[in-house]
Ligand binder design. Structure first.
Ligand SMILES: C[S@@+](CC[C@H](N)C(=O)[O-])C[C@H]1O[C@@H](n2cnc3c(N)ncnc32)[C@H](O)[C@@H]1O
Length: 279
């Protein structure tokens, strides 16, 4: 059966069940269970947002509260996966915010690919693989012969195993033009599959941005729409670590609505739109 595409639809909070106030003890219980069951450490996520989302999700599933949700998640593998998807929010698409990709190509990606002997890129929080495949298509269009390595990482193993297949439904392919489909994908039944030419550029790996060591050096790090629910302290720490993981002159590419306040404190310089450069 075809997997329906993920959409940008927010969780709908039923009007009869407003989000309860944050109850620190109940939150702690839920966070401990999430750590044990899903391996996610919520201590660096913003509690108010997480609590609202968890309770909205419980209501949507017809459950009275977070305790009932956690109890059910222990025995229900499908609900467990849906809960993980909800917590990590893996909504994505090819060429997401296309004007940002155009700017990336013009200002950074094209010059790098044409001037350097090789280019190393990290797609951090790559979800279903739209971002690393977008990067792979652009790299092959701009410089077909420049060696390019794209490290694609995500916290969520299930999402990664789907990303690895490079298989997308017609609806998921919305951002890919007919000429790019013809060049970089082949038809498999009613779906599309990325050709080996793209797959060869990408290495997939499970990686938790809040807990695991960062490899280095990268020319470009894309971390877009991943950190929205991280605490401010966790974000500062993460941006410092991204700075260390970039080579001097390397570029950090964030989501369209993201920015780094006091950017110099993390060692980076603003470089237009949602780009930051390691001096
Ligand atoms: C909204 S998607 C963003 C996908 C893509 N970067 C984009 O902009 O379209 C967020 C992804 O971040 C991942 N994520 C959330 N927390 C993470 C963490 N601590 N470490 C690594 N990945 C994480 C989620 O699993 C999800 O796939």
């Amino acid at each position: 059966m075809e997997t329906p595409p993920r959409t940008l639809r927010p969780i709908v909070m039923p009007t009869f069940a407003p989000a309860p106030d944050l109850d620190p003890e109940a939150y702690d219980r839920m966070a401990r269970s999430v750590r044990a069951l899903l391996g996610i450490d919520l201590s660096q996520y913003k509690p108010a947002q997480v609590w609202r989302r968890v309770n909205g999700f419980a209501s949507a599933k017809g459950l009275p509260d977070a305790d009932a949700l956690v109890a059910k998640v222990q025995h229900d593998a499908e609900l467990r996966q849906a809960f993980l998807d909800m917590l990590t929010i893996n909504v994505s698409e090819f060429f997401r915010n296309v004007e940002a990709w155009d700017a990336l190509v013009a200002q950074f990606l094209r010059p790098m690919l044409l001037a350097q002997l090789s280019v190393r890129i990290w797609s951090a929080g790559c979800s279903l693989g739209y971002e690393p495949f977008t990067l792979a298509m652009l790299a092959r269009e701009i410089a077909p012969h420049t060696p390019v390595k794209i490290m694609a990482t995500d916290l969520d193993d299930t999402i990664l195993s789907r990303a690895r297949t490079g298989n997308y439904t017609e609806a998921q392919m919305a951002g890919v033009s007919p000429s790019r489909r013809a060049r970089f994908f082949r038809n498999v039944g009613s779906n599309w599959e990325a050709k080996p030419e793209l797959q060869a550029l990408i290495t997939w790996k499970r990686h938790d941005l809040l807990r695991d060591p960062y490899e280095r050096p990268y020319d470009l790090i894309c971390c877009r729409n991943v950190v929205i629910y991280f605490t401010e302290a966790a974000k500062v720490d993460l941006y410092k670590r991204f700075c260390d993981a970039l080579r001097p002159g390397g570029v950090l590419f964030l989501g369209a609505t993201e920015s780094i306040p006091n950017v110099r404190n993390v060692g980076l310089l603003p470089a237009g739109l949602t780009f930051y450069k390691r001096p």
